[in-house]
Design a protein around this ligand. Structure first.
Ligand SMILES: [Fe+2]
Ligand SMILES: [Fe+2]
Length: 166
């Protein structure tokens, strides 16, 4: 039986993963507006991937006989003024997710929920990858600065990432 607090944390995390999906969808739309199709596609991938994350928590609860109630998904704030600002916001978001997963891991350890640990462990590893990817793009965009040719080059690179697990 799952503890009430871990259960509540997972319900919150389902909401957070869908909120992340919504955030990345809005970022994808931002890049479409900027006519940067590679970044737009990359963010679209993130959007799909975050939904898969939500599904993992949903399946875990379903398979353990816990009812899943869904919460509101807040509208993303938006208002970014550059691709760099978008990726900095994305990185900050991923760092926040990492904190949340670690907090859930702490709860699962304290409550001796050994069945939840493999799932949370998967997410801890996933977050290393997520933060790493965002950090690399932030670094690239900082180096690019105001160089439009370099930005277009990176956009085309980002567009080719479809298929790997961006
Ligand atoms: Fe996620
Ligand atoms: Fe993520």
């Amino acid at each position: 039986m799952m503890s009430e607090r871990l259960y509540q944390a997972m319900l919150d995390q389902i909401q957070a993963e869908f909120a992340a999906a919504y955030l990345y969808l809005s970022m994808s739309m931002y890049f479409e507006e900027q006519n940067l199709p590679g970044f737009a596609r990359w963010m679209w991938h993130q959007y799909l991937e975050e939904q898969e994350h939500a599904h993992k928590f949903i399946r875990h609860l379903v398979e353990r006989g816990m009812p899943v109630t869904l919460k509101d998904i807040p509208a993303p704030e938006g208002g970014w003024d550059s691709p760099l600002a978008v990726f900095e916001a994305g990185l900050a978001h991923e760092q926040e997710v990492t904190r949340r997963i670690k907090a859930m891991y702490d709860i699962a350890m304290e409550d001796k929920d050994y069945q939840a640990l493999p799932l949370l462990h998967w997410f801890l590893e996933e977050q290393i990858e997520e933060e790493d990817i965002f950090r690399r793009v932030v670094d690239d965009l900082r180096r690019i600065g105001d160089d439009p040719a370099a930005l277009i080059f990176l956009d085309r690179e980002m567009g080719r990432r479809e298929g790997d697990d961006a």
